[in-house]
Design a protein around this ligand. Sequence first.
Ligand SMILES: [Zn+2]
Length: 118
Amino acid sequence: MLTGSCHCGAIRIEVARKPRRLTSCNCSICRRHAGLWGYYEPAKVKITARKGAIDRYIWGDKCLRLCRCATCGCTTHWELVKHPRNRMGINFRNFDPSVIATTRIRRFDGADTWKFLD
Ligand SMILES: [Zn+2]
């Protein structure tokens, strides 16, 4: 079990194992908050947060919402708004740095081609 949390601890995230790879995306929002995404089925992720602890941000074609801590501002995950809802992204910047150090990171061109750059 791997557990991560935002800086202040208001949002906690648990997953059974680390992802096979992490994705660094250059789209208009990912390049700003510099998240490293691991993808999971929502049923395999446990998110614990007090009521009101999560701020959600939806923009553009409104297919996903980005979630961040209302107190410390750390971006923790994203959720799909439209079907199918079998995938979500977890920001592994909120986990122990050893997870990032031991996982392959791929660069995704979310800004333009929607293809991996490496
Ligand atoms: Zn926080």
